[in-house]
Design a protein around this ligand. Structure first.
Ligand code: UDP
Length: 237
């Protein structure tokens, strides 16, 4: 059962639960979308009806951020584990490799995309990368044709949020061969090795936000969304 925070839905499923559901949906020929939800997005969605609708109409809204876990705890919910966009993508890559579902990677800068692709081919030997296009390609018609003709079943879109979600919503009907769509933000940068993830200690304790703040203090404005979100949760019914 989904949980709702300030009008935004979050799925309680974690990685394996989502993969199991995806497998069933793929057998039935249904398309699925995966979107990451964090306090920043929930706060933006408060005065952005389009973003709110995009999140709530997705198949899986993953709990990408310690703020969502805290909100669930405060409200007696069942979401206890973070499901990050980049780790979800890693699980999907393993799934794609194991069950031979071709993937397509769309987004990020050309050099980043090339590095990410070769690292993925090294780390998931046997995976089929049916195609890829960097995120600065202007010819949408050509791109759609390329994805559709590649035979990819899983599409990762890395354009940042909400651009990537809007792109997926606009184009999924034109991509009937694709069954799984994930908006992955800066994940190609992580797979490329260009952007380092926070050290394990921060990731394990759910304090990646603290690490990011220390390494990039200009994020403070974005990060004020976390306390604002928690205050709204505490004062909401
Ligand atoms: N990007 C892109 N095309 C654009 C704008 C952004 O491919 O027109 C890529 C950018 O190169 C980066 C990713 O989208 O790889 C954005 O990552 P960010 O971490 O900003 O996304 P977030 O996860 O914060 O939404």
């Amino acid at each position: 059962m989904k949980e709702t925070y300030l009008g935004v839905d979050v799925s309680p499923l974690t990685y394996e639960g989502i993969i199991d559901e995806l497998r069933k949906r793929m057998t039935r020929g249904e398309q699925s979308t995966i979107i990451a939800v964090n306090p920043e997005k929930v706060m933006t969605a408060q005065d952005n009806a389009t973003l709110k609708r995009l999140i709530n109409e997705s198949t899986f809204q993953i709990a990408d951020g310690i703020g969502i876990i805290l909100a669930s705890k405060l409200k007696g919910g069942n979401i206890t584990e973070r499901v990050t966009g980049v780790d979800m993508m890693a699980r999907l890559l393993a799934f794609a490799k194991d069950e031979q579902h071709p993937i397509y990677m769309y987004g990020a800068k050309k050099e980043v995309l090339e590095l990410a692709k070769s690292n993925i081919e090294r780390d998931y030997p046997g995976i089929v990368i049916a195609g890829s296009t960097d995120g600065y390609e202007q010819d949408e018609e050509r791109l759609i044709r390329d994805i559709q003709e590649s035979g990819a079943k899983i599409l990762f879109v890395a354009l940042g949020s909400p651009k990537q979600e809007l792109w997926i919503e606009r184009n999924m009907n034109r991509l009937p061969n694709v069954q799984v769509f994930q908006g992955v933000g800066g994940s190609f940068d992580v797979f490329s090795g260009t952007v380092k993830r926070a050290p394990k200690m921060f990731r394990k304790t759910g304090t990646e936000w603290l690490y990011r703040l220390m390494t990039d203090p200009s994020r403070i404005k974005r990060q004020m969304n976390l306390p604002r979100f928690l205050i709204r949760i505490l004062t909401s019914k």
